[in-house]
Write a protein that binds this ligand. Sequence first.
Ligand SMILES: Nc1ncnc2c1ncn2[C@@H]1O[C@H](COP(=O)(O)OP(=O)(O)OP(=O)(O)O)[C@@H](O)[C@H]1O
Ligand SMILES: N[C@@H](CCO)C(=O)O
Length: 324
Amino acid sequence: MAVYTQLSAGTLGDLVAQYDVGQLVSAKGIAEGVSNSNWLIETTGAGAAGDTRFILTMYERRIDRGDLPFFLDLLDFLSARGLPVPRTIHDRTGASFRLLDGKAVALIEFLPGVSVDSPTAEQAHDLGAVLARMHLAAQGFSGTRRNDLGPATSSRVLAECGADALAAIDPALPRAIRLAREVAERWPADLPQSVIHSDLFPDNVLMLGSAVAGLIDFYFACTDAMAYDLAVTHAAWCFGEGGKDFRHDIGHALIVGYESVRPLLGPERAALPLLAQGAALRFVSSRAFDWIDTPAGAMVTRKDPMDFMARLEFYREAGDRAFA
Ligand SMILES: Nc1ncnc2c1ncn2[C@@H]1O[C@H](COP(=O)(O)OP(=O)(O)OP(=O)(O)O)[C@@H](O)[C@H]1O
Ligand SMILES: N[C@@H](CCO)C(=O)O
């Protein structure tokens, strides 16, 4: 479920009329996603581009409205540089978002493509290349945003969850408290940075055949190490069910694809095993926090932190071998 707010046809029609996109034809709630409400909007089309399909997003929670200009300007910046990123449709006054019943809403370009559960090596190679192109392009973006989900945060969040609450999820989970502290203490501070996506899971990538057609959901984008973004993507894409069954072919293709555009520096490559552990802990901590925070009967599917504990243990044990 990801339509938290019901909007009447009249409200939607009035909203769409604020944009030069033609008249509202239909609006369908999109089930995927958990953070925001999303609708697929169809219109009669207008304006230079003549597009008739759009995504309407209502920002429900977690997103600080002060960050919206950063996220939406970033989409426009990357799209204008030829990256497969949806641009923001600006309203007739030029604004990239509007307020509706006190909540921010934005109309976003619709991109074709489907999310894949189990990528091919070709898809992983293209994803790596697109990620590197995005990093290089984003170095020219003037906005900055601190990563508020870095290793120090993971460590603090897990400690605050507490060993007892973590053990209630799984007896092996409290160990994450110590591991997160150790990773945070060893975290490299001087790797080259750009604006990174930092949440590039399969559900945030739209594929057409073996090529990436869209990168979406930039709402965790922040200024941080490019190699960390590669490590997040590696952790998100290269494992089977439950974080088991590492797929070396996918990891290899991802890194080769990335380096076909932007070769890694020596210190970046050397840091990958640690960065991947930090990436795994980022999702262990946010998932554990959400698990404890979400009542069992809530209509939101809780994501299992143990899927990323399995990845963490793999990266600890495999070291450089995971990135060969
Ligand atoms: N620009 C786009 N073009 C085509 N489809 C899109 C676009 N943006 C979003 N979608 C569709 O809407 C779904 C939900 O979007 P998204 O993942 O951004 O949801 P969310 O609730 O904001 O994020 P989260 O993944 O954090 O739950 C996506 O899975 C995709 O199917
Ligand atoms: N992609 C994340 C959710 C957003 O932080 C996860 O799978 O835990």
